[in-house]
Structures are given as structure tokens and as C-alpha cells.
Design a protein around this ligand. Structure first.
Ligand SMILES: [Zn+2]
Length: 228
């Protein structure tokens, strides 16, 4: 990216900040059926994907149109997409749709933002079977430390959100000890400003917000500096 990065990066959001700020870069999530964005704002990028809650056998997906959307330069992530064992269609329906999104992410060289609930082993085996090398960011991480280790071994990035604001010693320990180069932060569907999440995250890792900002800038550049 040619321009200086904003101080804060929100890697996965369903809303733009209530108070617009040049200090915040937002990756705003869209469904493929949402209207294509018409405004261009250098601090807003998009992810587009079929969320596992909204896929079913009855509504076939227009993959050509989806591929067209992925090729837009301000669309930088595929997703959120993934697997959810507790909600939506059965996994047998979710898996091929996720698989196709992984293939397209690989084809167009766009990292994937992943929603995964209680389907970790299916996720890892899909990552292996599709032989994809495209980065995967697991969003809204709240799972057990053993799951985190499994994801890190599969070379995934992991994004944390508002769960860091609550007292949760196990999650805080995971966040404090995980490798800095795999870390992202997000607001997801909350209205809590990303600045508050940075503050909590920095306190948990016992570093300054500036250091945290540098870490996330490096991680952003490692994924996108050649493509944006
Ligand atoms: Zn989300």
C-alpha cells in the first residue's frame, strides 16, 4: 500500500465506525447479494463471501458473479465464509460452498476471513485437501487454547474482538501468548469502537497501543503490500 496506513486496523466489521476517523482502516463485510459499493474511500476495503448461515440447497449460487465481485480492487478478502456446526444448513451443504470459496480465493490471490463454530477439524482438513496456500484469518476467536494451537500449526492468522473486553482468563492467556505475527483485531457486528479493543488488547499483552499498532501494520503489510 502506497499511502501511510491508518493507526487502527479493523480487519472484520459489519458497520463503519459511528464516528468517521482517518485513523481507522475498516474491512467492511458484504454478502454477494448486497449492492456493490459505489463510494471510494481509501480507509474502507471490503470482504465478500457466502456466510454459512445463509447458504442452502434451494438457492444456487451465481459463481461467475461472485468471481466478478472478488476481482474488484477494493475487495481484499474472501468471506466471511466457513463452517458452523450449530447454525445454518448441515455441514454436508456448507462444506462444498466453503471449498469453492477457498478455490476462488486461491485463484484471485485474496486471503480468506473465516467463520468457524465447532467445525475445527473439518476446517483444517479442508485447508489440507484443497492444498491452498492463501492466508486464512480466523475471525472472532473465542475457542480453547488447543484449537488456537491447531490453527497456528496450520499457519492461520487469528483475529480477536470484543471478547477481549470481558473477563476471560483463558482467552486472555491465549491472546497474550500467541505469536504477534499472526494477530488481528476486529469489531465484527458490535458497535464498540476498534480503539477500545486496541486498548484492551494492548493491556492484555502488556504493550503500548503504539506497539500494537505497529504489529498489526506489519501483519497487514505481510498479507496485502503486494496487492493493494
Ligand atoms: Zn462477522
Amino acid at each position: 500500500m502506497a499511502n501511510k496506513l491508518p493507526f487502527y486496523i479493523d480487519i472484520h466489521a459489519h458497520h463503519l465506525p459511528a464516528t468517521p476517523s482517518n485513523d481507522v482502516l475498516t474491512v467492511l463485510n458484504r454478502l454477494p447479494l448486497d449492492p456493490m459499493p459505489i463510494t471510494s474511500n481509501s480507509n474502507v476495503y471490503y470482504s465478500v463471501g457466502w456466510h454459512p448461515w445463509w447458504v442452502n440447497e434451494q438457492s444456487p449460487i451465481d459463481w461467475d458473479n461472485f468471481a466478478f465481485q472478488l476481482q474488484q480492487s477494493n475487495t481484499i478478502l474472501v468471506g466471511e465464509c466457513g463452517l458452523d456446526h450449530l447454525r445454518g444448513a448441515p455441514l454436508t451443504i456448507q462444506i462444498p460452498i466453503f471449498e469453492q470459496q477457498i478455490r476462488l480465493a486461491q485463484k484471485y490471490q485474496k486471503p480468506i476471513i473465516v467463520h468457524c463454530v465447532r467445525a475445527w477439524s473439518e476446517l483444517i482438513s479442508l485447508r489440507r485437501s484443497t492444498q491452498n496456500t492463501i492466508p486464512m484469518i480466523i475471525h472472532g476467536f473465542v475457542a480453547k487454547p488447543t484449537v488456537l494451537q491447531m490453527l497456528l500449526s496450520a499457519n492461520c492468522h487469528v483475529s480477536f474482538g470484543t471478547a477481549l473486553l470481558r473477563s476471560n482468563p483463558v482467552l486472555h492467556h491465549s491472546f497474550r501468548t500467541m505469536p504477534a505475527n499472526k494477530l488481528f483485531l476486529e469489531t465484527d457486528d458490535s458497535q464498540i469502537p476498534i480503539q477500545e479493543i486496541y486498548q484492551a488488547a494492548a493491556a492484555i499483552r502488556k504493550i503500548s497501543v503504539e506497539e500494537l499498532s505497529n504489529i498489526l501494520h506489519k501483519n497487514w503489510n505481510s498479507l496485502f503490500c503486494n496487492s493493494i
